[in-house]
Every structure is written in C-alpha cells, then in structure tokens.
Design a protein around this ligand. Structure first.
Ligand SMILES: C[S@@+](CC[C@H](N)C(=O)[O-])C[C@H]1O[C@@H](n2cnc3c(N)ncnc32)[C@H](O)[C@@H]1O
Length: 246
C-alpha cells in the first residue's frame, strides 16, 4: 500500500491548524518528547549530539531540529509535506539547517551518512515500518543510533473512534492494528511489540532500550482526550525505542 500521496495531502491540509494548536507545546523548550512533552533529560534517550550528523525523519516545523542545531549538531530535516517544511523554514532562526522534501520510505541519502536518525511521532508513525526502518538503518553509519517514539499498542487498542477518546476498554484487536485510518484517506502505522522487535532486528539494529515515558498524573495529554485524565500515568501511552547499528 502506498500511503505517501494521502499522507502528504493530509499534512499539507492540516499543517497550519496543527502548528497553531501544537507549536506552543512542542516548541516550549528543547527536546520535549511526545504527547505529554516529557523532557529528554528525564528519559535520556537522545544523548549528546554535539558535532553529530543527525537526520530528523518527519521533522514537521523543525522544533526538534532547530534545538539540536543550537546544541552543535549538523542536522538535516526531511518531511513529506511542503506545508510542514514551509513552517520549518519560517521558524528557522540563526541556527540554520537543510530541509529536504521526501518520504521515510525512500530516503534520498547515501548509505552510512548519519550518526543519529530520530523522530518524535514522525516518519515511523506515518510510513510503513517494514519500509522505513530498513531505510533508517541503511543511512546510519556503524555505531549510529535510531531513536524514535510512537503511540503504544495499548493506547491504540483503547482508542474509541466514536467518542474520540482513549478509554479503559479494549476497542480494537491488538493483532489487527497495523494500519490506522486517519482523516481523508491518510494512514498511520502501528505494530505489535513483537512486530517492532522483528522489524528492528530484521534491519540489523540492536535494541538498547524500550522506554515507556510516564507522565505525572496531572500532566495533560496535549493531543488526545483520555478517560480517565491520568490515563498516561497509569498505562503506557507511548513507546520510545532506542537502537543502534552494530
Ligand atoms: C506529528 S508530525 C511530527 C513532527 C513533530 N515532531 C511534531 O510533533 O509535530 C508528523 C510529521 O510526519 C510527516 N510525515 C508524514 N508521512 C511521512 C513520510 N512518509 N515520510 C516523512 N515524513 C512524513 C508529516 O508531514 C508531519 O510533518
């Protein structure tokens, strides 16, 4: 299935409203992960990027990329959507970095060219993992790391489409998640835990950690309504994979 045209269309359509709603949260401080804006310094997922060659896979408006450039990384941001890339270009300050339009499924970069490939609900949520993970592994140099977060299968399986909220009831089959229908024919992707392990190991990556970020009970989910409000404190809403290419 080729979800590139529909996903590009969706992100072009929603970019402006999405940035209006979420940029204040995403860009409130450097290095905030996921739906609960958990600081990387609490999770220790990314490490020191000074002098590293970094690819952000699905960089959106570049809140992460800009922050890492300011820390001394040599960053490239790739995204499918020209509207999202335009938002990144507008937001770029003195810390400049190249933006590339392209898909996580077909990365336009040479083998072994990055020390770190990462995303925060980016290309690995919006491209088929069995295509995007091998591409990320290909462009990593030996010793380089792939670090990314996605929604957890728990979160997806408990999401009630009709009520538009995450619940405490299983709404969907765990084994049937795979593709998730988004607005206007767009598609996001989710694997089982075993599926992620197989796709990461199958691409030759070593899994160093699977971080399950846990927000405080009072921290709101900035993207989805949850019932109860402290859902993410009680169950894992996100998976943050930390891997490297041996
Ligand atoms: C939720 S945003 C992630 C960016 C940023 N971290 C954020 O939270 O806003 C998802 C991004 O993935 C991009 N995207 C969607 N499909 C993609 C694909 N196949 N390859 C690369 N980027 C893609 C979208 O255009 C969008 O900018």
């Amino acid at each position: 299935m080729d979800s590139i045209p529909a996903n590009r269309r969706l992100w072009n359509q929603i970019s402006s409203a999405y940035q209006h709603e979420h940029d204040p949260q995403i860009g409130a401080a450097p290095r905030l992960w996921g739906m609960y804006s958990i600081p990387d310094e609490h999770l220790n997922a990314l490490g020191d990027v000074t002098g590293k060659r970094v690819l952000e896979l699905g960089c959106g408006a570049g809140q992460w990329s800009g922050a890492l450039v300011a820390e001394g990384a040599d960053v490239v941001g790739i995204d499918l959507s020209e509207a999202q890339l335009a938002a990144a270009a507008r937001a770029m300050g003195a810390a400049r970095y190249p933006l590339v339009q392209g898909a996580a499924e077909h990365l336009p970069f040479a083998d072994d060219s990055f020390d770190l490939v990462f995303c925060d609900f980016g290309g690995l949520s919006w491209a088929p993992p069995h295509l995007a993970v091998p591409q990320a592994a290909r462009v990593l140099r030996r010793g380089g790391r792939l670090v990314f977060n996605v929604a957890s299968p728990w979160f997806e399986a408990c999401y009630d489409e009709t009520a538009a909220r995450v619940t405490t009831t299983l709404q969907k089959d765990y084994f049937g998640l795979n593709t998730i229908a988004e607005d206007d024919g767009a598609i996001s992707y989710q694997l089982t835990y075993g599926g992620w392990v197989r796709v990461l190991r199958g691409a030759g990556l070593v899994i160093d950690d699977l971080i399950e970020p846990r927000p405080d009970a009072a921290t709101p989910n900035g993207y989805n309504e949850t019932d109860p409000p402290d859902w993410g404190h009680r169950w894992p809403a996100e998976l943050l994979w930390v891997t490297h290419k041996p």
